[in-house]
Design a protein around this ligand. Structure first.
Ligand code: AMP
Length: 406
């Protein structure tokens, strides 16, 4: 059976000035086409479409998301595959914030669009583009549309983990709680770990529920604690700003730093928002947000870059230790996303000093480059350290087709 005949999904990820897409076969994971429209609404747009092993690039202004999607659909017609030939049965939309309204993917109708719109105050940077993407795609593509939420996997957080210790009435009135993000990735990766032969044989850890810590380390970064497939803690909170040190985001800090900067540095609230989201993390500390560039600076003797990596690793070790306490121990620690999958030095740096939890890496296994899910801890370790490539598009495609078929 071909990918097209068993049904494929067009996965759309609408950012504020970009539209990413993939046509994915949920059964095999095959990607039939992919691409991106960048700089939407700016002077010069950039379009890249990859299909049949060929790349089509265009430079042209793209006024808005409607024009971007029309352009993408025209490229499918011109460069192939046509959506019909590709067997597209449904569209899966990545939606960043599902708030307290959505704890699972949902087939989109007018009411769902309005509910996602109502969550814009919680995610002013992301949900507006997600809503626009859904509206435009519904107009142009007459197939079922499914929204898959970045927050959904963390709807299971116990109240003790999800609740901030602020005035309960204020919190309830304004939806202030820990929602968590990157949920599609944490769910996909933790399920892949549980199904991996090294884990499913359960020669690892103690008998009983499987205790996992997952570190999604990309430009954005987050940690989760997962107990027998259920998320019980995560590092991102009301927004994706909390938690780990990221490419451009600060992660955890004393909330009074915001008051201090507003009162004493003369920054507006919006300027502090931009500082913490776009000018902090590795970029704020060392001037670069890309881990490869940071490693390059460290190799050239840049002491500020070396400090940035130490801060990054220290935060990660603190989180793994804290989550070991939450879970009562760790059976598997897994690294995923751009940095987690590719940077052996970061993986080694995180577990350095975590031997008391049974966590360590075998240098040869850790240094091997591979795109497969794999174990990098030494044979016979008390706990496993794994590298599992994430695949959010495939996870969205699977959840979408499942719902669209019902
Ligand atoms: P993501 O957001 O998952 O696409 O990850 C982006 C991050 O992964 C950037 O900081 C990249 O520098 C980092 N990255 C990608 N490839 C490598 C690599 N080979 N070594 C170190 N970091 C990498």
């Amino acid at each position: 059976m071909t990918a097209a005949s068993s049904g494929t999904v067009l996965v759309l990820n609408s950012g504020s000035s970009s539209l990413k897409y993939q046509v994915v076969a949920p059964s095999s994971g095959e990607v039939l086409a992919s691409g991106i429209v960048e700089r939407i609404g700016e002077g010069s747009g950039h379009v890249k479409h990859v299909a049949h092993g060929a790349v089509v690039k265009r430079e042209q202004p793209v006024a808005d998301h409607a024009e971007a999607l029309r352009l993408v659909l025209a490229l499918f017609d011109e460069a192939g595959p046509s959506l019909a030939d590709a067997g597209v049965r449904a569209v899966g939309h990545r939606v960043v914030h599902g708030g307290a309204l959505f704890s699972a993917p949902v087939v989109v109708d007018d009411a769902v669009v309005e509910e996602i719109r109502s969550l814009i105050p919680l995610a002013p940077l992301h949900n507006p583009a997600n809503v626009t993407g859904i509206e435009v795609a519904r107009e142009l593509l007459d197939v079922p549309h499914v929204a898959v939420f970045d927050t959904a996997f963390f709807a299971s957080l116990p109240p003790a983990a999800a609740t901030y210790a602020i005035d309960a009435k204020v919190a309830a009135e304004h939806g202030v709680r820990r929602y968590g993000f990157h949920g599609t990735s944490h769910q996909y990766v933790s399920a892949a770990v549980a199904a991996h032969p090294a884990v499913s044989s359960r020669t690892v850890g103690r008998p009983g529920p499987l205790r996992q810590v997952v570190l999604h380390l990309g430009n954005g970064a987050s940690a989760s604690a997962v107990l027998d497939g259920v998320a019980v803690e995560t590092s991102m909170g009301l927004t994706p700003l909390e938690g780990l040190v990221m490419g451009t985001r600060s992660g955890d800090l004393d909330p009074a730093i915001v008051f201090h900067l507003v009162r004493n540095a003369g920054l507006s609230v919006d300027e502090v928002d931009t500082l913490l989201n776009k000018g902090s993390g590795l970029k704020g500390l060392a001037g670069v947000n890309d881990m490869r560039e940071l490693q390059g600076l460290i190799a050239s003797g840049d002491s500020q870059a070396a400090l940035a990596l130490e801060v990054y690793l220290h935060r990660l070790r603190k989180y793994v230790g804290a989550y070991a306490a939450v879970l009562g121990g760790v059976d598997v620690l897994t690294f995923t996303a751009g940095v987690g999958e590719n940077d052996a030095r970061v993986r080694a740096g995180v577990v350095a000093g975590l031997g008391f939890l049974g966590l360590s890496v075998d240098p040869a296994l850790n240094d091997e480059r591979s795109s497969e899910a794999r174990v990098v801890s030494p044979d016979g370790s008390a706990a496993l350290v794994m590298v599992v490539p994430t695949n959010e598009e495939l996870a969205i495609a699977r959840q979408t087709l499942e719902l669209a078929r019902r």
